[in-house]
Design a protein around this ligand. Structure first.
Ligand code: COA
Length: 329
């Protein structure tokens, strides 16, 4: 049995932070940001009382409504996030409580920007094995809670947002999630993209706050190079394993970290721009949110037909990366 996506939904906050807004806070400019990253604006959830569980519960409510199911019908909720409301309880448990999914069990999964792909592949096993008839998979991050708005090398990149899907048994084995290759490299990845403070190694203290350790730090150049290689290689691997080519692929749905990384991946696949989903200009990098937001927008715009071949690829902190082949049902 294969697992197929039967509903998509997204939620982004209304508040927009443009590159011009950032010009007032940092020594940067709109032209630099657009040419180096492809980003023009991002969404920021300014209400301090709202966190990742709010973004994800808005998605969960829409998913239930779109699928015409009751909250009590949901069997499992997986939330991919690296900005949970709290270290515990999990954000997935908070979402489960907020929507009243009283029969679901729920857990978080953290694979940073690859979180949604890792969660989707995990969820697929529960469907394929017959253990569950549905799984709700949501990727969401309130990145503004961990971004240092005095650091121009990271502040420009990230935004807040969430999206998700419902996975159910596919109508036939020809549809749904047909292949996935997921990877991690903690040896080479651990020092280049991280938030050092707040965990068990560096619990919050005056020192961690003074050293600004509760914010994202990254070696942009190193991460850029690793991302280009990993995403392009994995996309090529997924194509080869599944007999896909530039003609029969309908959409590349890549993690939205930098338009130049997206472009390099598409080029390696021989894909023309019109087959590449990109909304980084409007949302920036929403971490676990990027790929499901892309899927939800393609779905909203009715650009996904039965039989459409989708290649999803991601790269993130860890390092974590991967690719997936979905034939749309
Ligand atoms: N505005 C203006 N200038 C900036 C700037 C900003 N926001 N950020 C950096 N610069 C400057 C640098 O100080 C540097 O100046 P110098 O040449 O005088 O030293 C110059 O621009 C080039 O900086 P560099 O870091 O080499 O730029 P880059 O082309 O590598 O682009 C990133 C920087 C962060 C956009 C790019 O490295 C990137 O996207 N990396 C991957 C990040 C990512 O995807 N992270 C998440 C992974 S999922």
């Amino acid at each position: 049995m294969k697992a197929a996506i039967t509903a998509t939904a997204k939620y982004v906050p209304d508040e927009i932070m443009t590159n011009h807004d950032l010009e007032l806070m940092l020594e940067t400019n709109d032209e630099w940001i657009r040419t180096r990253t492809g980003i023009s604006e991002r969404r920021i959830m300014k209400d301090p009382g709202k966190a990742t569980s709010f973004l994800c519960s808005e998605v969960a409510r829409q998913l239930i409504e779109k699928r015409g199911m009751g909250a009590e019908d949901v069997e499992l909720i997986i939330v991919a996030t690296m900005t949970p409301d709290m270290l515990f309880p999990s954000t997935a448990c908070l979402v489960q409580g907020m929507i009243g999914a009283t029969n679901a069990w729920a857990f978080d999964l953290n694979a940073a920007c690859s979180g949604f792909l890792f969660a989707l592949n995990t969820a697929a096993r529960f469907i394929e094995s017959g253990a569950h008839r549905n799984v709700m998979v949501i990727g969401g991050d309130k990145m503004s809670s961990v971004v240092d708005y005095t650091d121009r090398s990271t502040a420009i990149l990230f935004g807040d947002g969430a999206a998700g899907v419902i996975l159910e048994p596919a109508e036939s084995d020809d549809y749904g999630i047909l292949d996935a290759r997921l990877y991690s490299d903690g040896k080479n990845g651990k020092d280049h993209l991280l938030m050092a403070g707040g965990g068990s190694l560096n619990p919050a203290s005056h020192e961690t706050i003074e050293k600004r350790m509760h914010f994202i730090r990254q070696n942009g150049k190193q991460v850029f190079k690793a991302a280009v290689t990993a995403m392009a290689d994995t996309a090529a691997e997924i194509m080869e394993r599944n007999g896909l080519d530039a003609e029969n692929i309908s959409w590349l749905v890549p993690h939205q970290a930098n338009q130049r990384i997206i472009h390099a991946t598409a080029e390696r696949m021989g894909l023309s721009e019109e087959k590449v989903m990109s909304n980084i200009a409007r949302y920036g990098n929403t971490t676990a949110g990027t790929i499901p937001i892309c899927l939800a927008e393609l779905d909203e715009q009715q650009k996904l037909q039965t039989g459409s071949n989708l290649v999803l690829v991601s790269f993130g902190a860890g390092y974590t990366w991967g690719g997936m082949y979905i034939k749309w049902q």
